[in-house]
Ligand binder design. Structure first.
Ligand SMILES: C[S@@+](CC[C@H](N)C(=O)[O-])C[C@H]1O[C@@H](n2cnc3c(N)ncnc32)[C@H](O)[C@@H]1O
Length: 239
């Protein structure tokens, strides 16, 4: 894969003794050193009320768009919850963007930390090298993954779809300010409806204000682990 992280990942041991990637390009962690899986559940799944929404789904499809695919942890955990909670005939489309894709070897190493995801991570790893830009059906065609290997804003600018939920990941705004720009929030607004929600691990002022200016109602709530606060919210349109 072009632009891959090869050589720009360090492996560190988390508080639970799990091997986890650390980006030497951004000098930042891919996920909390407390517990990445619990962070994903708290910030992204609970932050968008996804279990409840999927148990009560009124249409047969749901779209999540993510900035920063990384190790695929958010995708795999969301896919597993979808398979467990959404109606069998419903379809999840997970669209993610990634400017610096991990190699298959790196992603396999990272995912070894999460044996409870094995049923979804193995079929995903089998297809990982072929995933670039091509929508791929996984898990008995109940989930489609589209992985866009480019800058988040550039990728999202080319999309013509609507998002039911946004996962705003992508290293901290202080370490990756280029990604957290008004142009990204404007593209999010373009693809949002009155039912669209978002969540992110950060509570940075530039993100809060940027989302508000783009038409999102923004709530601050307690963050995961060492993070005091994080942001969740929904699209209301510019008032
Ligand atoms: C904190 S990690 C994401 C963790 C990930 N969601 C997971 O489940 O492992 C942030 C990711 O955003 C990617 N990234 C950074 N800047 C980006 C940009 N401008 N566009 C797209 N991806 C970007 C990084 O390469 C990294 O994989």
């Amino acid at each position: 894969m072009q632009n891959s992280t090869h050589g720009n990942i360090e492996w560190r041991t988390s508080q639970q003794g799990l091997l986890q990637p650390y980006s030497t390009i951004f000098d930042d962690v891919y996920y909390s050193s407390d517990n990445g899986l619990l962070e994903t559940d708290y910030v992204f799944l609970q932050g968008n009320h996804l279990t409840q929404r999927w148990q009560q789904l009124s249409s047969n499809h749901f779209t999540i768009i993510e900035t920063g695919f990384g190790t695929g942890l958010n995708f795999l955990y969301a896919a597993q919850l979808w398979l467990n909670h959404a109606p069998k005939n419903a379809h999840l489309h997970f669209i993610s963007t990634e400017k610096y894709p991990l190699t298959l070897q790196e992603i396999s190493t990272a995912l070894q930390a999460w044996p409870t995801l094995n049923d979804v991570s193995q079929p995903f790893l089998d297809q990982y090298n072929a995933l670039s830009h091509i929508p791929t059906q996984l898990f008995d065609n109940r989930v489609q993954l589209t992985l866009l290997l480019d800058d988040a804003t550039a990728s999202i600018t080319n999309l013509e779809t609507t998002a039911d939920a946004w996962f705003l990941d992508g290293f901290s705004p202080a370490k990756n300010p280029k990604m957290w720009q008004p142009a990204l929030f404007a593209q999010m607004a373009r693809l949002s409806t009155s039912n669209t929600t978002f969540s992110t691990f950060t509570s940075a002022g530039m993100v809060k204000r940027g989302l508000q200016e783009a038409g999102f109602l923004v709530n601050k709530q307690a963050g995961y682990g060492k993070k005091r606060e994080m942001l969740t919210g929904s699209f209301t349109g510019v008032l």
